[in-house]
Design a protein. Structure first.
Length: 575
C-alpha cells in the first residue's frame, strides 16, 4: 500500500499530522486507532460481533489495519481487549511469512482494492460490514505486505550474505577433504585385497598418466597412474614398468580404468635406483664414431652398397629420400634385418606412421624387432601419439646406456599428421603447412645422437619427394639439412627394375672419416671419382656388377684399388 493511501485511511480514522509521519509510523498509528475503535464498536455492536465471530478464521487471517477486521478478531472471544491484542500479535507474525503472497493476490485483484477504498470512504452499515472488512483486510494486508517486503528484502540480503559466507566456509572445508580423495592421490590397499600383476609403458599426460598395456596406443585395459605416484617415483613418459592393481570386489562399482596401487620395477631397475637416472636432455651428443656394419650375405646387395656409399654409425641421423614406388620399404627391411644380425646389442624399433595395413603385417613378419604402427585408417591424433611414445621409449633406453636403432616411415607423413592434429598458430607456410606443426617432427628426428659416455640413438627416417604435393616439398626442405647421412633412391631406376634403386652419387655421410679406416676411405673416394664421371644409371649398374662378382666388400674394394689408378694423394681436401 502506498503512502498516499495510508494517509487517506489515517485521515478517515481521525489521525492528525499524517503528512509529517513516515510510512512505518503511519502504519503504527493506524493500528492503534483501529484497536481503540474496535473496543468502542464491540460495546455497541455486541450481537454483530458475535455473528462475525462464528465465521471461519481462515477468511480473516490478517486483522490489524482496519476497524472491521479488528472487530472480527476481537469478537472471537468475550475478552475484547486481550483477544484484539492477541489477534494483532498473531497477524503480525504471519504477515511476514505471507507478505509476498498477499501482495501478489492484491495486485491480481485491483477491483477489490478499489472496493475496499470506496467502502472505507462511504462507511456503510452492518449489511456491507463483512465485505468492507474483507476489502479493508486486503488493504491492511497490502500495507503490511509492503512493510514485510521491505523487511523481507533486508532479511533476504542478510540471508544471502550468510549463505555466501557459509558457501565459502563449505568450499574451504571441501578443499581440505578433497585432498584426501583427489584424483592424483595414491589409492589405498586393504589387507584383504587381491593384487594382480600388470606391465606396460607409461604415458604421462597433462594431469594424469596411464600404463599402456596393449601397445603404444590407448586401450580399454590401460592402467591409471596417479600424478602423485608419478612425482614420487620420478616416472617419465616411455618408462616400461611393472606393478600391481587391485582386483575389483563383487558388487563394487567398476571403474573405467583400474588404478595402479603398487610399483615394482622401472625399466627393469629397482624403483629407488631409477629415481637417480640422468635426463636425456643433459646427455652430451657427439658425431657417430662406432660403425654399424650392414653387410650380411654376398647376395644382399642393398646393405653392401649402403656400407660403401653411405656408412652408418651408432648415433646417426639419416634420411632415406625416396619418391613413391622406389623400393624404400625393401631397403628398410634389409637395413632392419642387417642390424639385428650384425648388431644384436642394438634395440631395434620400427615406427610406421600412416602406412598401409598390409605393409605393417609384412614388416612384423620380416623384421625381428619391435614394430610400432598406426595405419592410415586411424585419426591423426593416433599417429602423433604413437610417434611421441615411441621416441620417449627410445630415450629412456638411451638413458640407461643402451644402443637403440629406430626406423621411421615416414617423417613426411608424421609432419602431415601434426599439421592436422596440432592447434593452428595462425602462421601458415606455403603448401598449407602450419609453422608450429613441424616442430614436433624435428624434435623426434633431432633426438638421434651418440652419447659421450655410452648409449646411442640412431634414427633413419624416410622422406617423400616428387609426390606433386607442395606440402611434402616444404616438409622435406625443413628436414634437408638436419640429418648427417642421406640415402637417395630414384624412381626411374626402379621403373627399369634396377634394384636397389640407389643414387650412388647423391648418397653420402657427413664425417665419414670417423667411421672408416684411412685405407678404406682412400679407396672409396677413388671409387666416387670414377662414378661421378659416369651417368647415374651407369654408375649404379657398374657397382652392382662388381658387387655380384665379389663375395664381400673387402674383396670389392681391393679389386677397385688394383684396377683403378690413384689420382692425386687420395686424401680429402679439408680447406
Amino acid at each position: 500500500m502506498v503512502l498516499a493511501e495510508l494517509q487517506q485511511v489515517a485521515t478517515g480514522l481521525g489521525i492528525k499530522g499524517t503528512a509529517r509521519l513516515r510510512k512505518g509510523q503511519l502504519i503504527e498509528a493506524i493500528q492503534a486507532a483501529q484497536a481503540g475503535s474496535a473496543t468502542n464498536r464491540q460495546q455497541s455492536n455486541g450481537d454483530a460481533a458475535r455473528a462475525n465471530a462464528a465465521a471461519p478464521p481462515t477468511n480473516t487471517p490478517f486483522d490489524e489495519t482496519q476497524p472491521n477486521s479488528a472487530q472480527a478478531g476481537s469478537g472471537q472471544d468475550s475478552n475484547g481487549h486481550a483477544d484484539g491484542a492477541q489477534a494483532r500479535q498473531l497477524s503480525s507474525t504471519t504477515a511476514e511469512e505471507q507478505g509476498n503472497r498477499d501482495t501478489s493476490r492484491a495486485s491480481r485483484d485491483p477491483q477489490s482494492r478499489s472496493d475496499g477504498r470506496d467502502s472505507a470512504r462511504q462507511g456503510q452499515g452492518d449489511q456491507s460490514h463483512s465485505n468492507r472488512g474483507q476489502s479493508n483486510q486486503g488493504q491492511s494486508n497490502q500495507g503490511q505486505g509492503g512493510q514485510s517486503q521491505s523487511n523481507q528484502g533486508q532479511s533476504r540480503y542478510d540471508e544471502d550474505s550468510a549463505n555466501s559466507r557459509r558457501s565459502r566456509r563449505r568450499r574451504s572445508r571441501d578443499r581440505g577433504r578433497d585432498r584426501e580423495r583427489r584424483p592424483d592421490s595414491e589409492p589405498q590397499v586393504g589387507e584383504d585385497d587381491i593384487l594382480l600383476p600388470v606391465a606396460g609403458i607409461v604415458d604421462v599426460l597433462d594431469s594424469y598418466a596411464f600404463v599402456r598395456t596393449s601397445g603404444y596406443l590407448p586401450g580399454p585395459d590401460d592402467i591409471y597412474v596417479s600424478l602423485s605416484m608419478v612425482r614420487k617415483w620420478g616416472l617419465r613418459k616411455g618408462d616400461a614398468v611393472t606393478g600391481q592393481v587391485r582386483q575389483s570386489r563383487d558388487g563394487e562399482r567398476k571403474e573405467k580404468y583400474n588404478p595402479l596401487v603398487r610399483l615394482d620395477t622401472i625399466n627393469g631397475m629397482n624403483i629407488e635406483a631409477a629415481r637417480s637416472r640422468v635426463d636425456f636432455a643433459k646427455l652430451t651428443p657427439l658425431y657417430a664414431q662406432e660403425r654399424l656394419r650392414l653387410e650380411t650375405e654376398p647376395t644382399q646387395l642393398t646393405t653392401r652398397i649402403i656400407d660403401i656409399v653411405a656408412p652408418i654409425g651408432k648415433g646417426q641421423r639419416g634420411l632415406i629420400v625416396a619418391p613413391s614406388k622406389a623400393g624404400k620399404t625393401m631397403v628398410m627391411q634389409a637395413i632392419a634385418n642387417a642390424v639385428t644380425t650384425n648388431n644384436p646389442e642394438c634395440h631395434l624399433m620400427v615406427v610406421l606412421v600412416d602406412e598401409r595395413p598390409e605393409e605393417v603385417t609384412e614388416m612384423q613378419r620380416a623384421v625381428k624387432g619391435e614394430v610400432i604402427s598406426s595405419t592410415f585408417d586411424r585419426p591423426a591424433d593416433d599417429h602423433t601419439t604413437v610417434a611421441e611414445l615411441a621416441i620417449e621409449r627410445a630415450k629412456r633406453l638411451v638413458e640407461m646406456g643402451h644402443d637403440v636403432f629406430l626406423l621411421l616411415d615416414s617423417i613426411t607423413k608424421l609432419g602431415r599428421a601434426y599439421n592436422l592434429a596440432a592447434p593452428a598458430s595462425g602462421r601458415i607456410l606455403s603448401g598449407g603447412v602450419d609453422s608450429s606443426a613441424l616442430y614436433p617432427p624435428k624434435r623426434f628426428f633431432g633426438a638421434a645422437r651418440n652419447i659421450e659416455h655410452g648409449g646411442s640413438l640412431t634414427i633413419l627416417a624416410t622422406a617423400l619427394i616428387e609426390t606433386g604435393s607442395k606440402m611434402d616439398e616444404v616438409i622435406f626442405e625443413e628436414f634437408k639439412g638436419t640429418g648427417n647421412m642421406e640415402l637417395r633412391l630414384r624412381r626411374e631406376y626402379a621403373n627399369k627394375r634396377i634394384f636397389p634403386a640407389i643414387d650412388v652419387d647423391s648418397s653420402g655421410t657427413r664425417r665419414e672419416e670417423l667411421l672408416m679406416s684411412s685405407e678404406e676411405l682412400a679407396i672409396v673416394w677413388k671409387l666416387r671419382r670414377v662414378l661421378s664421371a659416369l651417368d647415374g644409371q651407369q654408375a649404379l649398374e657398374l657397382v652392382l656388377e662388381k658387387l655380384r662378382s665379389t663375395k664381400s666388400n673387402v674383396e670389392f674394394l681391393l679389386q677397385i684399388q688394383k684396377t683403378t689408378p690413384m689420382s692425386g694423394n687420395g686424401r680429402r681436401d679439408d680447406n
